[in-house]
Design a protein around this ligand. Structure first.
Ligand code: SAH
Length: 372
């Protein structure tokens, strides 16, 4: 079209810095600052020490959505905060609510990347599920999160704030009782951010949740499991096993090739000895692949004599994949074999079945829509 500008030949007006509105994306998210850093900032701006706790209580424990709502803070301080910091690390760009009141959020990070987090409701229990990476490098064949590899690690604030943003969605009389680190990514591959986020979640002056109410799920990275055991906290550990022998596990969980089940069992045993927590073994049931009675027998033999609990997870459908969950009787049979052999086991209840249920699916769908 004739009216189009020649991009090589456009004269741009010269702006002074004062003419350019500060982009909120350029500001540092306030929870990127440690309590100490925030205290320093407040001191440098002439505020007394008690303001640090006050601001952090608003950010972490109360359910507000902007600095302006920090009603017992001087108006000028609220304005300074909003000029200098972003209230939250990300923006909520998708929100699904299922018939069972499971809620799933799609979050856009400052660099445009997407992650998900979920709130699940059970009687007397509110569990949130959070992500630790953008994508995942582990490549498990049934999982939506790893289909496009990993883009980057989340920062501690980006992990921690997923809990806060879900907390702010809840009714006043509801509170988060459990956190599962089972969203997108491999948490132990982003170890330092994970540990900082977990300490914010458990700290008295943080979110204040007991470590025993937090479960970290891992593909099984032995060295990191050992490091995690040294946290001095009683976090629960769930290990994604998915197969009772190395040959099959390497087919389903490719990173197993360089690890091996024996190494994982040893590291998990050490975790149990040091923390006293019972290990949970996750086993996604894939029809015709790892769901046969012989697999259940082999799994029982593998876990015999260990303080373990098996969590059977019938596969959630992923639109790009052909694998499916077994039929109900097959799942029951698998469960019964384990129980009969004295291995405590349960079948994980499906939540949010009518929304993009499989983890990473919502992000994938949105990315594909953006591409098309
Ligand atoms: N990287 C961690 C956390 C991943 S998600 C890990 O491997 O444990 C948490 C659990 O959900 C894992 O056990 C994972 O294998 C499982 N999962 C992933 N995709 C699934 C799907 N489509 N259906 C059922 N479970 C799935």
């Amino acid at each position: 079209m004739k009216t189009e500008l020649d991009p090589q030949n456009v004269t741009l007006p010269v702006l002074s810095a004062a003419d350019i509105p500060a982009s909120p994306a350029a500001l540092r998210p306030i929870l990127d600052l440690s309590a100490l850093e925030l205290a320093d900032w407040l001191k440098a701006h002439g505020y007394p020490a008690f303001r640090t706790q006050q601001v952090r209580r608003w950010l972490i424990q109360r359910r507000i959505n902007a600095f302006d709502q920090m009603s017992d803070l001087p108006v000028i301080l609220r304005r300074q905060l909003s000029e200098q910091f972003r209230f939250c690390s990300f923006e909520t760009v998708g929100h699904q609510i299922a018939g069972d009141r499971t809620e799933k959020l799609l979050l856009r990070l400052h660099d445009g990347e997407l992650v998900e987090c979920v709130l699940m409701r059970d009687p007397g229990r509110r569990t949130v599920c959070i992500s630790t990476q953008v994508g995942c490098a582990m490549g498990c064949v049934f999982c939506a999160s790893g289909l496009r590899g990993v883009k980057r690690n989340l920062t501690p604030a980006e992990i921690f704030e997923q809990v806060l943003v879900l907390h702010r969605l809840m009714a006043d009389d509801e509170k988060i009782t459990n956190i599962v680190v089972m969203g997108i990514g491999e948490p132990l591959a982003n170890f330092r951010s994970l540990m900082t986020a977990l300490s914010l979640l458990t700290a008295e002056d943080g979110f204040g949740l007991g470590a025993r109410r937090i479960t970290v799920s891992t593909v099984g990275l032995p060295e990191k499991i050992r490091e995690f055991a040294q946290s001095g906290q009683q976090y629960n550990l769930a290990v994604s096993l998915h197969a009772p022998n190395d040959q099959l596990r390497t087919e389903i969980v490719p990173v197993n090739k360089n690890i091996g089940i024996r190494e994982i069992l040893d590291a998990a045993e050490e975790y149990h000895e040091i923390t006293g927590r019972r290990i949970s073994w996750e086993y996604v049931l894939l029809s015709g692949i790892n769901d046969q009675p012989r697999h259940a027998e082999e799994l029982a033999s593998l876990l015999q004599g260990r303080t373990a609990h098996v969590n059977l997870i019938p596969m959630n459908g992923v639109s790009e994949l052909v694998m499916t969950a077994p039929r109900e009787p097959q799942t029951q049979q698998f469960l019964e074999i384990l129980m009969h052999r004295g291995i405590p086991a349960t079948v994980r209840k499906r939540k949010g079945a009518d929304i993009d249920a499989a983890c990473g699916q919502l992000r994938l769908n949105r990315e594909d829509a953006g591409r098309g």
